[in-house]
Design a protein around this ligand. Structure first.
Ligand SMILES: O=C(O)c1cnc2c(S(=O)(=O)O)cccc2c1O
Length: 461
């Protein structure tokens, strides 16, 4: 029985994928050791001597957040990047009044219904810089009993002093991580991010093995059409994706914690435009879609009822009845949330992940962890005969491709925590399809037949 490892030991054991889940309170300790990091581990002095940090996110509880930093780092400059306006923005600024080290950057959201979903920590240390791209809000309940994911970068050393540091391409990785991260942050066009763009430019990110997949609000056309959203994924898979014949019978899995309005039939967006991107193979993005099996993981109402949090877990799974009733065709795609291997079947998913697994479930052609739910707002929808991609929200994720982890074909996966040399998935494979009587969790209807694990019913007002 291994005692609790220190954060840097957990970090090194999690290499080379560096994909971690958050700690879940109330499950056996063995499921919180391998490939698991708590927010206090990420911010631990063992991971670096903090000088300043920047937190991109959607929800913030500022007093709680400050307490997650080690005491000696709590007064370091902290920039919060959010998408709030009006009253919510004022409330956030009031909550931060007593913290003179906190500054704000309000991400512009010009597209109605857009949100700032992106969750990223940029940690500037004396020793260098680290980037964490993840799925958790900076509120206590997001780090307590949910299944959340994160990619933690290596420690990026500062670039040696040189006059031509201004050109961003110095210190980039084979996956163009640095350039793509700067392009993403550049899309905010916010002066408050200027210093952080310079900090990124000043660091050597050549050790980054993942590919940035971001979304930025707007109507993207011309050569920008493939810069963000599902068209970005399509472009990346066209360039670096699996060989057509190798993945012929391999399904595509989408796993997320909310669903947008996807259209009256599967052919409006889900099984056409969106699946076309996820099913893209090297050299050709036109694959006969009828041959591709799309599987969607979304918690059932019983998954939520029996979860550690009980029905209140559903407050973070905002699938509304008005949207659900228009797209019952999704039922045939749905699969249960089951995560026995990670001890997280009762820790409801707030992580979002997508992958292309082999029929045997032993390997994947790629794996993506992201803030992006199953929605057009997050992934984008093609307009004007496919000449432009309209995205409403900011999203950010990282894609794991075999070729950047020393393999030609695939990445070995498992959900058994003893397989420490494989990429550990957040859920069990093979998946379990919904049966006739199964229903997806819907957050704005009442559940009064069966009590949850705390003996409560769910009566949303
Ligand atoms: O993590 C996020 O980015 C995110 C965004 N939105 C949420 C909503 S709602 O804004 O869609 O009503 C309701 C409950 C949880 C949410 C959440 O966790």
């Amino acid at each position: 029985i291994t005692g609790p490892l220190s954060p840097d030991q957990v970090y090194s054991e999690g290499q080379p994928y560096s994909f971690f889940l958050t700690k879940v309170h109330g499950i056996e300790s063995q499921y919180n050791q391998v490939s698991v990091m708590d927010i206090k581990d990420i911010l631990s002095p063992i991971m670096g001597t903090l000088q300043a940090s920047c937190q991109f996110n959607y929800m913030f509880e500022i007093p709680w957040l400050i307490k997650q930093y080690p005491e000696q780092f709590r007064s370091k400059p902290l920039l919060l990047v959010h998408g709030f306006t009006a009253g919510n923005k004022t409330a956030l600024e009031i909550e931060a009044t007593k913290y003179s080290n906190i500054k704000f950057c309000q991400a512009r959201l010009e597209m109605i219904y857009g949100t700032h979903h992106t969750k990223m920590m940029i940690l500037l240390y004396e020793e260098g810089m680290r980037v964490v791209i993840h799925t958790s809000n900076l509120v206590e309940k997001d780090w307590y009993q949910k299944t959340q994911g994160m990619w933690i970068s290596p420690l990026f050393p500062k670039l040696k002093k040189e006059e031509n540091k201004s050109n961003y391409s110095r210190g980039d990785s084979p996956t163009n991580f640095k350039k793509d991260l700067l392009d993403y942050i550049g899309s905010y066009k916010a002066y408050q991010l200027k210093d952080w763009q310079q900090h990124i430019a000043d660091h050597d990110m050549s050790s980054a093995k993942v590919i940035i997949i971001g979304s930025s609000p707007g109507r993207h056309m011309g050569e920008n059409k493939h810069k963000f959203g599902h068209m970005r994924l399509r472009k990346v898979l066209n360039t670096h994706g699996p060989q057509k014949d190798f993945v012929k019978s391999w399904p595509v899995i989408g796993q997320y914690s909310s669903i947008g309005s996807l259209g009256a039939t599967k052919d409006v967006w889900l099984a056409t435009e969106f699946l076309q991107s996820l099913a893209t193979v090297e050299g050709s993005s036109c694959v006969p879609l009828a041959s591709i099996d799309l599987k969607l993981i979304f918690p059932t109402k019983d998954n939520v009822r029996c979860s550690l949090e009980g029905y209140p877990a559903g407050a973070s799974i905002p699938y509304s009845i008005n949207v659900a009733k228009k797209q019952t065709y999704l039922h045939s795609y749905f699969h249960h949330w089951i995560s026995k291997g990670r001890g997280r079947s009762r820790a409801m998913p707030h992580i979002k992940s997508y992958c292309r697994p082999s029929p045997s479930s032993q390997e994947v052609a790629w794996f993506l962890v992201t803030s992006a739910n199953l929605s057009k707002a997050a992934w984008g929808a093609l307009e004007k005969k496919g000449s432009q991609l309209m995205i409403r929200s900011y999203e950010l994720g990282v894609l794991f491709l075999p070729k950047f982890f020393g393999s030609k074909k695939s990445i070995p996966v498992s959900s058994d925590i003893n397989d420490t040399d494989k990429l550990l998935l957040p859920y069990d494979l093979p998946l379990k399809p919904y049966q006739k009587e199964d229903r997806p969790w819907i957050w704005d209807i009442a559940y009064k037949e069966l009590p949850d694990c705390n003996g409560n019913m769910w009566c949303p007002s």
